[in-house]
Design a binder for this molecule. Structure first.
Ligand code: NAP
Length: 446
């Protein structure tokens, strides 16, 4: 692996040189093990520790299939899906791999007793499989995490609707938290030249998701002037939704849970921030069985105090059960609640009278199609949206990185260095970086 790392660091990236690099027999990867899926059976979710279930293993390099690329991963990032995989909730991810395996002999490779996790990467293409023309060994890349087959017509206008749609590194094997990863070549996108490896690796999944959910016509289709309530505004999804809202001429109303996180939102440029801890909202009773509309009203009144009396045009939802009733309530007549997740529980409850009588709409969103992921990466590449990386761990400490996210002890994105020996490497357009440095630092220091 040292030879590959050295070749990347040397900066000389001809297809011939990279194509002839000797591949090692094995590579190091972060895995969960199939024979351990019951290890946390007697524990509450919050007590399940990713450090116990995530392993750093030496694994063999799988054969490269048609249309695929083998990538030397310089850096990756922790997404919440790695937390779900590592605590085996809501279901162990091995079921996804078993079902995928039934599709074809190539898909069968994914059904292993271990699952290599991770849905983000920045790195360099090492090999391409048969039928790949656009990408060559030696090219720098990032990868989005949409894996589709596109044989079925359902996915032809919106690739997220492909019946064989999967999230790479969550519903497929050979993910990005490793020294090598396998992706479909059409997941590859150019690495933003002004960013380091760890900065370039961290936006992928959340930036694309926020783009579809908030900006795309497939999501809320935000327009100039919209007031957007953003839950977890300093977190993974939220820190990109906040940036997009500001860049698109909207007004973010950021919800966070500490003065430090409120400060992060202000640093990003948001003026209207609510600390939900300070507000002490109890949307549910103690037993978590019944909601309290009075608390929705109090929350709505606090929002109006911030906005000068206006209600919310779009709610950017992902906490789920705990907040969804309040989100539906505080949306203006004719407004949109757009949801992509249910961190606090997926059995949502809301008062439907507030929805139908006020012609509000709930719009579901999930990752992003090929085009949306490409457009979201272009925003990063052009320096219009910036990585919100707060910390980068070495590959060996991925368990701690995932624990930080599980415990909500992180800010923005948590990165992982894979083949990159240290932070700060990989910038190939120093002039652009210099020009953008004040903005890059404003978002990175969060
Ligand atoms: N469908 C998709 O394609 C997709 C893509 C990405 C992520 N997701 C899902 O979206 C969720 C968030 O992901 P992320 O990367 O943004 O995670 P994250 O970095 O942990 O940020 C989420 C933030 O939400 C806030 N939050 C958590 N629980 C809450 C609760 N009960 N009530 C109110 N706020 C709460 C927290 O902020 P404060 O403590 O500051 O309020 C937290 O920092 C996860 O469930 C993830 O699996 C789905």
């Amino acid at each position: 692996m040292q030879e590959i790392r050295d070749a990347i660091m040397s900066g000389e990236r001809t297809a011939e040189a990279f194509g002839s690099l000797q591949l090692p027999e094995t590579f190091r990867a972060i895995t969960v093990h199939k024979d351990e899926v019951d290890m946390f059976a007697d524990r509450a979710s919050r007590d399940k520790n990713p450090q116990e279930s995530l392993h750093l293993d030496d694994v063999p390099i799988p054969e490269l299939g048609p249309g695929e690329a083998l990538v030397a991963v310089m850096a990756s990032a922790v997404n919440y899906n790695t937390v779900w995989t590592s605590i085996f909730e809501p279901v162990p991810t091995f079921g996804f791999l078993e079902r995928y395996a039934k599709l074809s002999p190539w898909a069968k490779r994914h059904d292993l007793p271990y699952h290599i996790v991770g849905s983000d990467l920045s790195g360099v293409v090492l090999r391409t499989g048969p039928g790949v023309h656009l990408w060559q060994p030696g090219q720098e890349c990032v990868a989005h995490c949409l894996s589709v087959e596109l044989e079925h017509h359902d996915g032809h206008s919106d690739t997220m609707l492909d019946p064989e749609q999967r999230i790479w590194g969550f519903e497929t094997n050979f993910g990005g938290l490793a020294e090598l990863a396998i992706v479909k070549a059409n997941q590859l996108m150019p690495k933003p030249a002004h960013l380091t490896w760890e900065e370039a690796a961290c936006p992928g999944l959340v930036n694309s998701t926020a783009y579809r959910q908030l900006i795309s016509k497939n999501g809320a289709g935000m327009k100039l002037g919209d007031r957007v309530l953003i839950w977890g505004a300093s977190g993974g999804l939220g820190s990109y939704a906040t940036q997009m809202c500001l860049a698109g001429g909207g007004t973010p109303i950021c919800v966070v849970s500490s003065p430090e996180k409120a400060e992060i939102c202000r640093k990003m440029g948001a003026e209207l921030v609510l600390d939900r801890r300070e507000g002490g909202y109890h949307f549910w009773n103690e037993e978590n069985t019944k909601q309290n509309p009075k608390e929705w009203r109090r929350f709505g009144a606090d929002i109006r105090k911030l906005t000068g009396g206006s209600d919310i045009d779009i709610v950017f939802e992902h906490p789920g059960r705990e907040t969804f009733g309040a989100s539906v309530f505080v949306t203006r007549k004719g407004g949109i609640i757009t949801t992509c997740a249910s961190t606090s529980g997926y059995m949502h409850e809301y008062d439907n009278r507030y929805l139908w009588m006020n012609l509000k709409r709930i719009i579901s969103s999930h990752f992003a199609n090929y085009r949306e992921a490409w457009e979201a990466n272009s925003l990063i590449k052009r320096g219009l949206i910036h990585p919100t990386l707060s910390k980068a761990y070495p590959l060996e400490e991925t368990g701690q990185a995932a624990l930080d996210v599980h415990k909500n002890a992180h800010q923005g994105k948590v990165g992982v260095l894979c083949l990159a020996p240290e932070e700060g490497l990989g910038v190939t357009n120093p002039e652009m970086r210099e020009e953008l440095l004040p903005s890059i630092n404003r978002f990175r220091n969060i």
